[in-house]
Write a protein that binds this ligand. Structure first.
Ligand SMILES: *Cc1c(COP(=O)(O)O)cnc(C)c1O
Length: 354
């Protein structure tokens, strides 16, 4: 390798100026016996989707996939109860969030979001040349500031990552009604809340709802996300996203999961809800003040999340350490799984906080 290739100055000078403050995603997770850090399905992958992967035939691997996964989007449209031309699939919902921001915001435009919320949105906005207005607010405050930011894209997340809070349905609709640009509602955790904004699509043309197979459906490793919006919105996101983003194998497995694994998924979702209530109660008994969650995780404010998280990791339980969240301070975000895991997590957490 030549000196020029390894010179860090060269990459700084050749790269886009707006990229200089960015770094590649690094969630700082140690491999642990129990991993409650990323909100995936802790029961595993659903059975019929798994056999679709195991018994994939040769053409599935050899041929290019369908450019826009129409077979999958038809099945997803049935799941959501919307027309097939209102659904787009992608390489995780991350792909669709990135593509939608690029399709609806010109470089120099503004994206508005509440704070705290999903951290990747700031990254996708920045790499697409948008600036970010982050409105420090929870539970429906701050709507005027959000709408006043003159944003081409407004991002809402319900249930919100990392707080778990569910946004009020009337509040979401009034934001969609008053917004000048596109409103994205990220419903990565909708199955665990049992509420959705999909019904608003019948009345509003400036709404895009993103969903994923990574959380309730247990297929994060296959990278399948999807989004629903008016046909005109979906066409713009398709242009921005480009073809072949969902592999044939992922498409087969996702179709199998939606068509044949729904009972399995519903059972796990019900178990999450039961364990979430029980875990919340146990945290309260430890003197903690967990935030009421509609997702498959709980956010627990603590004095020093780095210290507590590191101690928990040494004891074999990984949780997500969040520092200095707006309006909350330090906190641990803990995924909800089978009860024996939660029991171990409680023991390790209690010891870590001593
Ligand atoms: C996990 C998560 C996603 C990303 O999901 P993928 O479909 O795996 O890309 C999107 N939004 C939120 C809020 C998430 O927590």
């Amino acid at each position: 390798m030549t000196a020029a290739n390894t010179n860090p100055r060269a990459s700084l000078e050749l790269g886009r100026a707006s990229f200089r403050g960015l770094s590649a995603y690094d969630p700082d997770i140690q491999p642990c016996r129990i991993d409650l850090s990323d909100n995936t399905n802790l029961w595993g992958a659903p059975p019929v989707a798994r056999s679709a992967v195991e018994f994939a035939d040769s053409p599935t691997l050899t041929r290019y996939p369908a450019p826009y996964s129409r077979e999958l989007t038809r099945v997803l449209a049935g799941y959501l109860g919307v027309d097939p031309n209102m659904v787009i699939a992608g390489c995780g919902s991350d792909d669709l969030l990135d593509s939608a921001i690029r399709a609806f915001g010109e470089p120099g435009d503004n994206l508005a979001q509440f704070d705290p919320t999903f951290g990747m949105i700031r990254v996708f906005a920045t790499v697409n040349g948008l600036s970010v207005t982050a409105v420090p607010a929870r539970n429906g405050e701050g709507v005027d500031a959000l709408l006043g930011a003159d944003a081409r894209v407004i991002y809402l997340c319900s249930p919100n990552n990392p707080t778990g809070e569910v946004l009020d349905a009337g509040l979401i609709e009034s934001i969609v009604r008053l917004a000048r640009g596109l409103v994205i509602v990220d419903e990565a955790y909708a199955e665990f809340a049992g509420v959705s904004s999909v019904g608003l699509l019948a009345r509003h043309e400036n709404l895009l709802i993103t969903r994923t197979m990574s959380k309730a459906f247990g297929l994060a490793g296959l990278r399948v996300g999807y989004a629903a919006g008016s046909p005109a919105i979906v066409r713009e996101v398709e242009k921005s996203r480009g073809p072949y983003k969902v592999t044939s194998l992922a498409e087969r497995a996702a179709i199998a999961a939606i068509e044949h694994d729904r009972v399995w998924v519903d059972e796990k979702v019900a178990e999450v809800r039961t364990n979430r209530a029980r875990f919340t109660e146990r945290l309260r008994r430890l003197g903690l003040e967990p935030i009421e969650s509609g997702a498959n995780f709980i956010l627990v404010p603590v004095v020093d999340s780095r210290h507590a998280g590191a101690r928990m990791a040494r004891a074999g339980v990984a949780v997500r350490q969040l520092e200095n969240l707006t309006g909350i301070g330090d906190a641990l975000r803990i995924s909800i799984g089978p009860w024996p895991m939660m029991e171990e997590c409680l023991a390790v957490l209690e010891a870590a906080l001593q």
